[in-house]
Write a protein of this length. Sequence first.
Length: 183
Amino acid sequence: MKFDRLRLNGFKSFVDPTDLVIREGLTGVVGPNGCGKSNLLEALRWVMGENRPTAMRGEGMEDVIFAGTSRRGARAHAEVTLTIDNRERLAPASVNDADGIDIVRRITRDAGSAYRINGKDARARDVQMLFADASTGAHSPALVRQGQISELINARPKSRRRILEEAAGISGLYARRHEAELK
Ligand code: ATP
Ligand code: MG
């Protein structure tokens, strides 16, 4: 699956609507310290279902909402939309009938997160599974945070195995088996 564009609104420092078109061959985002480069990657993780505040460098999930500055008030919501180019029909069967897939995550203060996949309400689980099968996703080894390499080296065998399973694209299968066993 190919990322096509990322739209942010009220997410961290991206208080105004921002539309990032991810063109073929994009290899880097450059800018001065604090301009929001890491926030962009966090938005990508977040819309794919990341639910650990620490992975978003925050204490609580609502810390992703624009917190306000001396000149601008805080926001009540943050919303990120990820559009996936599905012209090659590589998406899981449940959403594989369209050329593009829009995933929207919105968080409202005191009301938590809501997701939509192509305009339909979805659960966090649905979004996470969509990416788990494609070996991308919030915990994907394709997204390497600062400090993550040393974490991998120092990891216990069990957690290192989880990272390898994620890379091999089989963690979606494990998650489904776990759900089936609970039913
Ligand atoms: P560096 O080059 O140092 O890695 P960067 O381009 O990766 O910098 P980020 O870490 O993405 O920068 O952005 C940090 C900025 O985002 C800081 O100015 C911080 O105040 C701002 N920021 C983070 N969370 C919020 C929030 N909830 N509301 C408003 N601003 C925020
Ligand atoms: Mg950074």
